[in-house]
Design a protein around this ligand. Structure first.
Ligand SMILES: C[S@@+](CC[C@H](N)C(=O)[O-])C[C@H]1O[C@@H](n2cnc3c(N)ncnc32)[C@H](O)[C@@H]1O
Length: 232
Protein backbone atom coordinates (compact mmCIF):
# COMPACT_ATOMS: atom_id res chain seq x y z
CA UNK A 1 0.00 0.00 0.00
CA UNK A 2 1.49 3.39 -0.77
CA UNK A 3 0.54 6.68 0.81
CA UNK A 4 0.55 10.15 -0.70
CA UNK A 5 -0.12 13.38 1.08
CA UNK A 6 -1.33 16.65 -0.47
CA UNK A 7 -2.53 18.74 2.40
CA UNK A 8 -1.18 22.20 1.64
CA UNK A 9 -4.69 23.54 1.05
CA UNK A 10 -5.79 23.06 4.65
CA UNK A 11 -2.58 23.84 6.41
CA UNK A 12 -1.58 26.91 4.46
CA UNK A 13 -5.15 28.24 4.38
CA UNK A 14 -4.87 29.20 0.72
CA UNK A 15 -6.44 32.46 -0.45
CA UNK A 16 -10.09 32.15 -1.40
CA UNK A 17 -10.47 28.67 0.13
CA UNK A 18 -13.31 28.14 2.59
CA UNK A 19 -12.36 28.70 6.19
CA UNK A 20 -10.07 25.98 7.55
CA UNK A 21 -12.16 25.61 10.73
CA UNK A 22 -15.28 24.78 8.70
CA UNK A 23 -13.33 22.24 6.63
CA UNK A 24 -12.01 20.67 9.83
CA UNK A 25 -15.48 20.54 11.49
CA UNK A 26 -16.86 18.68 8.46
CA UNK A 27 -14.55 15.69 8.96
CA UNK A 28 -13.23 15.79 12.57
CA UNK A 29 -16.17 13.66 13.71
CA UNK A 30 -14.69 10.63 11.90
CA UNK A 31 -12.67 9.21 14.78
CA UNK A 32 -11.86 5.49 15.02
CA UNK A 33 -14.71 5.05 17.53
CA UNK A 34 -17.25 6.85 15.36
CA UNK A 35 -16.14 4.90 12.28
CA UNK A 36 -16.71 1.64 14.15
CA UNK A 37 -20.48 2.29 14.10
CA UNK A 38 -20.73 4.64 11.08
CA UNK A 39 -22.01 1.99 8.66
CA UNK A 40 -24.80 0.86 10.98
CA UNK A 41 -25.79 4.43 11.84
CA UNK A 42 -25.74 5.91 8.33
CA UNK A 43 -26.21 3.04 5.90
CA UNK A 44 -28.25 0.90 8.30
CA UNK A 45 -30.57 3.41 10.00
CA UNK A 46 -30.41 6.96 8.59
CA UNK A 47 -30.69 6.01 4.91
CA UNK A 48 -33.84 4.08 5.66
CA UNK A 49 -35.60 6.11 8.33
CA UNK A 50 -34.40 9.69 7.77
CA UNK A 51 -33.14 10.13 4.20
CA UNK A 52 -35.53 7.52 2.74
CA UNK A 53 -33.02 6.30 0.19
CA UNK A 54 -32.37 2.55 0.45
CA UNK A 55 -28.67 1.73 0.76
CA UNK A 56 -29.28 -0.95 -1.88
CA UNK A 57 -30.05 1.85 -4.37
CA UNK A 58 -26.65 3.44 -3.70
CA UNK A 59 -24.99 0.05 -3.98
CA UNK A 60 -26.62 -0.46 -7.38
CA UNK A 61 -25.08 2.83 -8.52
CA UNK A 62 -21.67 1.47 -7.50
CA UNK A 63 -22.21 -1.95 -9.08
CA UNK A 64 -23.24 -0.31 -12.37
CA UNK A 65 -20.54 2.39 -12.41
CA UNK A 66 -17.30 1.04 -10.93
CA UNK A 67 -14.43 0.54 -13.34
CA UNK A 68 -11.18 -1.36 -12.80
CA UNK A 69 -9.32 1.97 -12.43
CA UNK A 70 -11.29 3.65 -9.69
CA UNK A 71 -10.75 6.54 -7.30
CA UNK A 72 -13.02 6.83 -4.26
CA UNK A 73 -13.14 10.41 -2.94
CA UNK A 74 -14.26 10.86 0.68
CA UNK A 75 -14.02 7.13 1.28
CA UNK A 76 -15.26 6.97 4.90
CA UNK A 77 -15.13 3.32 5.99
CA UNK A 78 -14.84 1.93 2.45
CA UNK A 79 -18.39 0.57 2.76
CA UNK A 80 -19.50 0.92 -0.87
CA UNK A 81 -16.41 -0.56 -2.50
CA UNK A 82 -16.39 -3.43 -0.02
CA UNK A 83 -20.07 -4.24 -0.52
CA UNK A 84 -20.13 -3.73 -4.27
CA UNK A 85 -17.05 -5.99 -4.38
CA UNK A 86 -16.19 -5.94 -8.08
CA UNK A 87 -13.61 -8.71 -7.66
CA UNK A 88 -10.47 -7.04 -8.99
CA UNK A 89 -9.14 -3.55 -9.55
CA UNK A 90 -6.18 -2.73 -11.76
CA UNK A 91 -5.89 0.41 -9.68
CA UNK A 92 -7.83 1.60 -6.64
CA UNK A 93 -7.12 4.98 -5.05
CA UNK A 94 -8.73 6.03 -1.78
CA UNK A 95 -8.71 9.77 -1.17
CA UNK A 96 -9.76 11.50 2.02
CA UNK A 97 -8.82 14.47 4.17
CA UNK A 98 -9.13 12.30 7.29
CA UNK A 99 -6.40 9.80 8.19
CA UNK A 100 -8.70 7.61 10.28
CA UNK A 101 -10.96 7.12 7.25
CA UNK A 102 -7.96 6.23 5.10
CA UNK A 103 -6.59 3.81 7.70
CA UNK A 104 -9.91 2.04 8.26
CA UNK A 105 -10.87 1.76 4.60
CA UNK A 106 -7.32 0.65 3.67
CA UNK A 107 -7.59 -2.25 6.15
CA UNK A 108 -11.02 -3.18 4.92
CA UNK A 109 -10.03 -3.02 1.26
CA UNK A 110 -6.49 -4.42 1.66
CA UNK A 111 -7.37 -7.22 -0.79
CA UNK A 112 -7.30 -4.59 -3.57
CA UNK A 113 -3.93 -3.09 -2.48
CA UNK A 114 -5.24 0.49 -2.64
CA UNK A 115 -3.15 3.61 -3.04
CA UNK A 116 -3.97 6.11 -0.28
CA UNK A 117 -4.10 9.85 -0.84
CA UNK A 118 -4.61 12.27 2.05
CA UNK A 119 -5.99 15.41 0.42
CA UNK A 120 -8.52 18.18 0.85
CA UNK A 121 -11.00 18.17 -2.02
CA UNK A 122 -11.53 21.91 -1.64
CA UNK A 123 -7.98 22.61 -2.79
CA UNK A 124 -6.16 21.44 -5.92
CA UNK A 125 -4.76 17.94 -5.45
CA UNK A 126 -1.04 18.51 -5.29
CA UNK A 127 0.23 14.96 -5.82
CA UNK A 128 0.57 12.97 -9.02
CA UNK A 129 -2.14 10.32 -9.29
CA UNK A 130 -2.78 7.88 -12.13
CA UNK A 131 -5.92 8.91 -14.05
CA UNK A 132 -9.05 7.02 -13.01
CA UNK A 133 -11.82 5.74 -15.30
CA UNK A 134 -14.43 6.05 -12.54
CA UNK A 135 -14.66 8.28 -9.50
CA UNK A 136 -17.06 7.80 -6.59
CA UNK A 137 -18.15 10.83 -4.56
CA UNK A 138 -20.83 9.69 -2.15
CA UNK A 139 -22.14 11.64 0.83
CA UNK A 140 -19.29 14.15 0.58
CA UNK A 141 -20.83 17.25 -1.03
CA UNK A 142 -23.37 17.71 1.78
CA UNK A 143 -20.47 17.79 4.27
CA UNK A 144 -18.40 20.40 2.46
CA UNK A 145 -18.74 24.03 3.58
CA UNK A 146 -19.87 26.77 1.22
CA UNK A 147 -22.53 27.24 -1.42
CA UNK A 148 -23.05 24.58 -4.07
CA UNK A 149 -20.82 26.52 -6.49
CA UNK A 150 -17.96 26.27 -3.96
CA UNK A 151 -18.62 22.63 -3.09
CA UNK A 152 -18.52 21.67 -6.76
CA UNK A 153 -14.94 22.90 -6.93
CA UNK A 154 -14.21 19.49 -5.39
CA UNK A 155 -15.18 18.05 -8.77
CA UNK A 156 -12.95 20.56 -10.57
CA UNK A 157 -10.09 19.39 -8.38
CA UNK A 158 -10.80 15.79 -9.34
CA UNK A 159 -10.87 16.65 -13.06
CA UNK A 160 -7.09 16.26 -13.61
CA UNK A 161 -7.26 12.68 -12.31
CA UNK A 162 -10.14 11.71 -14.60
CA UNK A 163 -9.08 10.00 -17.79
CA UNK A 164 -10.87 10.98 -21.02
CA UNK A 165 -14.43 9.66 -20.94
CA UNK A 166 -14.23 8.83 -17.22
CA UNK A 167 -17.43 8.78 -15.19
CA UNK A 168 -18.02 10.44 -11.86
CA UNK A 169 -20.92 9.23 -9.77
CA UNK A 170 -22.24 9.44 -6.25
CA UNK A 171 -24.90 10.92 -4.05
CA UNK A 172 -25.51 13.80 -1.71
CA UNK A 173 -28.19 14.63 0.85
CA UNK A 174 -30.11 17.78 -0.07
CA UNK A 175 -31.24 20.27 2.56
CA UNK A 176 -33.78 22.28 0.58
CA UNK A 177 -36.67 21.64 -1.80
CA UNK A 178 -37.23 18.07 -0.59
CA UNK A 179 -39.78 16.55 1.77
CA UNK A 180 -38.35 16.01 5.23
CA UNK A 181 -39.79 13.68 7.84
CA UNK A 182 -39.26 14.36 11.56
CA UNK A 183 -36.08 12.26 11.75
CA UNK A 184 -34.55 13.97 8.70
CA UNK A 185 -35.41 17.44 10.02
CA UNK A 186 -33.83 16.68 13.41
CA UNK A 187 -30.68 15.18 11.94
CA UNK A 188 -30.24 18.03 9.44
CA UNK A 189 -30.60 20.58 12.22
CA UNK A 190 -28.16 18.76 14.51
CA UNK A 191 -25.50 17.99 11.91
CA UNK A 192 -25.59 21.48 10.42
CA UNK A 193 -25.33 23.05 13.89
CA UNK A 194 -22.21 20.95 14.50
CA UNK A 195 -20.74 21.72 11.07
CA UNK A 196 -20.66 18.02 10.13
CA UNK A 197 -23.15 18.80 7.33
CA UNK A 198 -23.30 22.12 5.48
CA UNK A 199 -26.28 21.50 3.26
CA UNK A 200 -29.22 23.65 4.35
CA UNK A 201 -28.99 25.60 1.07
CA UNK A 202 -28.24 22.61 -1.17
CA UNK A 203 -31.05 21.99 -3.63
CA UNK A 204 -31.57 19.88 -6.73
CA UNK A 205 -31.38 22.84 -9.16
CA UNK A 206 -28.02 24.11 -7.92
CA UNK A 207 -26.53 20.62 -8.07
CA UNK A 208 -28.01 19.83 -11.45
CA UNK A 209 -27.00 23.21 -12.98
CA UNK A 210 -23.45 22.89 -11.63
CA UNK A 211 -23.06 19.38 -13.03
CA UNK A 212 -24.54 20.35 -16.41
CA UNK A 213 -22.10 23.25 -16.68
CA UNK A 214 -19.23 20.81 -16.21
CA UNK A 215 -20.21 17.61 -18.06
CA UNK A 216 -21.78 16.61 -21.36
CA UNK A 217 -23.76 13.70 -19.98
CA UNK A 218 -25.57 14.22 -16.69
CA UNK A 219 -27.99 11.80 -15.09
CA UNK A 220 -29.44 12.90 -11.81
CA UNK A 221 -32.45 11.81 -9.79
CA UNK A 222 -33.71 12.07 -6.25
CA UNK A 223 -34.78 9.33 -3.91
CA UNK A 224 -36.11 10.69 -0.61
CA UNK A 225 -33.72 13.45 0.49
CA UNK A 226 -30.84 12.09 -1.60
CA UNK A 227 -29.74 13.20 -5.07
CA UNK A 228 -27.96 10.43 -6.98
CA UNK A 229 -25.81 11.53 -9.90
CA UNK A 230 -23.81 9.97 -12.72
CA UNK A 231 -21.87 12.22 -15.10
CA UNK A 232 -19.36 11.85 -17.93
C1 LIG B 1 -20.33 11.34 5.31
S1 LIG B 1 -18.76 10.63 5.04
C2 LIG B 1 -19.08 9.61 3.59
C3 LIG B 1 -18.20 8.42 3.54
C4 LIG B 1 -18.51 7.41 2.42
N1 LIG B 1 -18.38 8.02 1.12
C5 LIG B 1 -19.87 6.83 2.61
O1 LIG B 1 -20.81 7.26 1.90
O2 LIG B 1 -20.03 5.99 3.47
C6 LIG B 1 -17.84 11.99 4.33
C7 LIG B 1 -16.42 11.62 3.95
O3 LIG B 1 -15.84 12.76 3.28
C8 LIG B 1 -14.57 13.07 3.87
N2 LIG B 1 -14.33 14.52 3.73
C9 LIG B 1 -14.98 15.53 4.36
N3 LIG B 1 -14.47 16.72 3.97
C10 LIG B 1 -13.49 16.45 3.06
C11 LIG B 1 -12.60 17.27 2.31
N4 LIG B 1 -12.60 18.61 2.41
N5 LIG B 1 -11.73 16.66 1.47
C12 LIG B 1 -11.69 15.30 1.37
N6 LIG B 1 -12.51 14.48 2.06
C13 LIG B 1 -13.41 15.04 2.90
C14 LIG B 1 -14.73 12.61 5.32
O4 LIG B 1 -13.50 12.45 5.97
C15 LIG B 1 -15.52 11.31 5.15
O5 LIG B 1 -14.69 10.23 4.82
Amino acid sequence: MSYRRAMSGVQAGNVGAPDAAAIEAAHAIYTPLMLSFYDRLVHGLSNRFAWRCPTERLLDLYRNSLSSRHLEAGVGTGFFIDRADPGVFEQLTLLDINRHCLARSARRLARYQPLLCEANLLAPIAVELEPAVSIGLTYVLHCLPGRMSEKLKAIDHLRPVMSKGAVLFGATILGRGIELNGAARSLLRLYNAKGVFNNLDDDFEALSDGLKRRFEVVEIETKGCVALFWVR
